[in-house]
Design a protein around this ligand. Structure first.
Ligand code: HEC
Length: 239
């Protein structure tokens, strides 16, 4: 987390400078766009956690990789300089979610890291250590985050192809669909997966892992944290 914050400040400073320049040139320009883009960059700051709508809204759209400007907050006066500049960093592709600034989430992720080092390295590398039977945990985590963006299509397909499997978990699938925050969506999905890897996909290859409910909570947080970290680091996703 500390590392991200340092990176965020690296980005924030130029953004603040550009915003200052812009508002000097145009006396009528409201400061709202500059503030909202800063709010986006800084989900960990307590002040940014005051308006959940402002923060959660971009979390769905802000993660499209390869998009130069993924900031969906409507700017009253669109200014290319302001939109393009922050988009040039990898950090911009990472989802923004209140979840990441929740101390409980942090705490669970830490515990999940310990569980993963015991339980997952039989197949996935964790911190560069473990078996190479399967892709490293960070890679499958980033790929899962990607897949969460098209989960609705996947669930529609499942409902059509395998209605029994769909019906067996319909409440879980409905809550995945209803959750607007991408990372919280992923958390619900991971709870289903870690309980039963084939819950939404009969082809899933991962053998059932016998885990306690609290270990599942902790691992879900850790996998989400890894995914966000992986996106920021530009970690490649496996096939
Ligand atoms: C016995 C081997 C094995 C162990 C142990 C194992 N996995 Fe996996 N895991 C797999 C296989 C196989 C896949 C599928 C690989 C693929 O899709 O590329 C997989 C895929 C995954 C995925 C991606 C699923 C998706 O569809 O997005 C996640 C997340 C994951 N594992 C988490 C874990 C966690 C957390 C642990 C530790 C509790 C763990 N795995 C332990 C074999 C294992």
């Amino acid at each position: 987390m500390r590392q991200f914050q340092t990176r965020q400040w690296n980005i924030l400073l130029p953004v603040a400078l550009i915003s200052a320049l812009i508002s000097c040139g145009k006396t009528q320009t409201p400061v709202v766009p500059a503030n909202s883009s800063m709010e986006l960059k800084n989900p960990g700051e307590p002040t940014s956690a005051t308006d959940p709508v402002e923060i959660e809204r971009p979390s769905v759209g802000a993660v499209k990789p390869g998009q130069a400007s993924s900031n969906p907050i409507p700017s009253q006066e669109p200014d290319p300089a302001e939109v393009v500049e922050p988009g040039s960093s990898d950090t911009e592709k990472a989802p923004v979610s209140l979840l990441l600034s929740d101390p409980e989430f942090e705490r669970r992720a830490k515990l999940g890291h310990l569980v993963a080092k015991r339980r997952c390295i039989l197949c996935h590398k964790v911190d560069g250590r473990g078996a190479i039977l399967q892709p490293p945990l960070i890679q499958v985590s980033v790929r899962r985050l990607e897949r969460m963006k098209v989960i609705s299509e996947h669930l529609d397909q499942l409902q059509a192809d395998d209605p029994d499997r769909y019906q067996a978990r319909v409440d879980l699938f409905n809550s995945i669909e209803a959750e607007p925050d991408l990372l919280r969506k992923m958390s619900i999905w991971l709870h289903g997966y870690l309980k039963q890897p084939t819950f939404d996909n009969p082809q899933a290859k991962m053998p059932l892992q016998v885990l306690k409910p609290e270990e599942i909570d902790q691992l879900a947080s850790y996998v989400i944290q890894l995914a966000v970290e992986g996106v920021k680091q530009g970690v490649p996703t496996p096939e």
